[in-house]
Design a protein around this ligand. Structure first.
Ligand SMILES: *[C@@H]1O[C@H](CO)[C@@H](O)[C@H](O)[C@H]1NC(C)=O
Ligand SMILES: *[C@@H]1O[C@H](CO)[C@@H](O)[C@H](O)[C@H]1NC(C)=O
Ligand SMILES: *[C@@H]1O[C@H](CO)[C@@H](O)[C@H](O)[C@H]1NC(C)=O
Ligand SMILES: *[C@@H]1O[C@H](CO)[C@@H](O)[C@H](O)[C@H]1NC(C)=O
Length: 497
């Protein structure tokens, strides 16, 4: 897969630089299970690869980690086949024809291979080239990208396929692993500004779905601040201006980044490059890693990046956590956005029937509540058509309409997922492409079948009567999704409010 890279780089040099800004309204999908594979979404392919299916994903080969541990000699080759087939040019063509303008790309920390401790951690190698090539296809189609740090070093949430390793041993909330996440952040920031294939990247998400109980995520508020500082310090190092910070004279290149970092640190009055800080440490570690990646991907365009604008930093919204969480808005330097995830199918949002779902979605106030905490612009970065009951085709059309109307009121939405393996039982309600084919979703994502779909549910009496049981309980019980049929093992919803 490497042969295309040098050619790409040369031609890309002549392209005009795309400013890293979000579309005015995001109509998007997640590229889930591509570079971070969740077996529940493609059970047949997973088993054909050598994976297993079991009730509790920690009990069998049901995560990338378990697979890499079981097949150390063939894991890279097997995943390279997956990476080049699960998402390819045909998918990009369909997404473009469906007027999808943005994708969110879930990534594991191990895509930056130098961060993996190979004595204790097992993950496939080689994903970065596929990310680069996929981003090129997206860029050429005019589709913007959000790089989502979806599976964090040390594992950020227990017993989830999406965390890369299914385990109850959660170690992300430690200095060591926060540090590794910051190195990842600096590398991805630099690549986004320097590599022509990454031109469509406009945002980096700090951490997907940390544990909801803020008492179990010590240091996460400091991490949020350090994440933003790392992005901005990396940009200043590259010569990109950052709102509110003085720029440093001169530029850098692949031979003098370390010297430049020393010079910038010495000249800094802002505190951003404080000696021995987590930020300076992250940049110091990131530089040699970046240069190794340059050898693999080719050509980093140091000469052009000074004209680029700051990337958007992105966090799960403050509503994601309970027990007095840190407010990510306090971390902002320059453009920043927030991400709300909402699934009805795990329980705790509305009663398990059509009427309750519709009444709830037609009276959401997540955007208002997030805005009150400064968490705006907000996008709904994950949602689906999934339900706790057998849904009719007619209901799913209404359900799609009502969710789109609710979720497009601020920055927009991204569906989970762009596809699900064809035969899987989940495809009907979790696959955007299948939802289009079945007619639940409109080919123009800004449209709905019925813009008055909420009208029957707007009468105030029943709204008021039912509001205490449905409003406010806006957080999804994600713990259940990835392990197959819902099982209630997450925290009780009532705890949150
Ligand atoms: C993309 O993958 C699908 C399914 O594996 C395949 O049918 C299609 O031909 C591929 N498209 C390209 C352009 O390779
Ligand atoms: C790299 O930058 C330094 C100083 O900014 C400069 O002296 C040097 O010539 C540059 N090297 C290359 C290969 O451009
Ligand atoms: C609201 O309450 C009425 C009467 O108790 C009930 O029939 C209806 O299903 C409820 N709707 C929701 C959304 O829970
Ligand atoms: C899909 O299901 C059909 C019928 O059950 C089966 O013949 C086919 O092999 C399945 N495809 C995959 C990819 O599993």
């Amino acid at each position: 897969m490497h042969h295309f890279i040098p050619f790409l780089s040369i031609f890309s040099f002549f392209r005009t630089v795309i400013a890293p800004v979000a579309p005015s309204k995001i109509y998007g999908v997640n590229l889930g299970s591509w570079l971070l594979l969740e077996p529940w979404m493609l059970p047949n392919e997973w088993v054909a690869m050598g994976g297993q299916v079991c009730d509790h994903c920690s009990d069998c080969i049901a995560s990338e980690f378990a697979f890499a541990e079981a097949y150390p000699d063939t894991v890279d080759e097997k995943f390279s086949v997956h990476w080049s087939t699960w998402f390819n040019q045909s998918d990009v063509d369909v997404l473009k024809s469906a007027q999808i303008n943005t994708v969110r790309i879930p990534l594991g920390f191990w895509i930056v291979e130098a961060l993996v401790d190979r004595n204790t951690e097992h993950y496939p190698r080689g994903g970065m080239s596929y990310l680069s090539y996929g981003l090129k296809m997206l860029r050429d189609a005019g589709i913007r990208a959000i790089l989502d740090h979806h599976a964090l070093p040390g594992v950020q949430t227990p017993n989830q396929m999406f965390a890369g390793k299914c385990t109850s041993d959660v170690q992300f909330y430690t200095e060591y692993n926060y540090g590794r996440a910051l190195i990842w952040t600096s590398v991805m920031t630099a690549l986004s500004h320097l590599h022509p294939n990454f031109e469509s990247v406009f945002a980096i998400q700090a951490a997907n779905e940390p544990i909801m109980d803020a008492n179990q995520t010590p240091g996460y508020g400091d991490f949020q601040k350090n994440f933003v500082r790392t992005v901005r310090a990396t940009e200043l190092l590259l010569g990109i201006s950052v709102p509110g910070y003085p720029s440093f004279q001169g530029t850098t290149n692949n031979t003098d980044m370390k010297l430049r970092l020393a010079a910038v640190s010495a000249a800094d009055n802002s505190g951003l490059f404080q000696r021995d800080s987590a930020i300076v440490e992250a940049l110091t570690e990131a530089i040699p890693i970046l240069l190794v990646i340059e050898e693999e991907l080719g050509f980093l365009n140091f000469g052009a990046c000074q004209e680029r604008e700051s990337l958007t930093t992105n966090f799960m919204d403050i509503l994601w956590q309970y027990n007095d969480p840190a407010n990510p808005a306090e971390a902002a330097i320059g453009p920043q956005t927030y991400d709300h995830h909402l699934y009805y199918s795990f329980g705790g949002v509305a009663d398990a029937n059509e009427d309750a779902y519709m009444r709830n979605i037609c009276h959401r106030n997540d955007i208002q509540r997030d805005t009150a905490s400064g968490n705006t612009p907000l996008w709904y970065g994950e949602w689906a058509l999934s339900t706790q009951f057998d849904a009719t085709n007619e209901f799913l059309r209404n359900w799609a309409d009502a969710q789109k109307l609710a979720y497009s009121q601020d920055a927009g939405w991204l569906f989970w997922n762009f596809k699900i393996e064809r035969n899987s039982t989940y495809a009907r309600q979790w696959s955007y492409l299948e939802g289009l084919e079945r007619g639940y979703l409109t080919w123009d994502p800004s449209q709905v079948h019925d813009s008055n779909v909420c009208a029957p549910y707007m009468d105030s009496s029943s709204t008021t009567k039912n509001s205490t049981s449905t409003h406010g309980n806006s957080l999804p019980l994600k713990s259940l999704r990835r392990s197959g049929p819902p099982r209630h093992k997450g925290p009780k919803r009532q705890l949150f409010y």
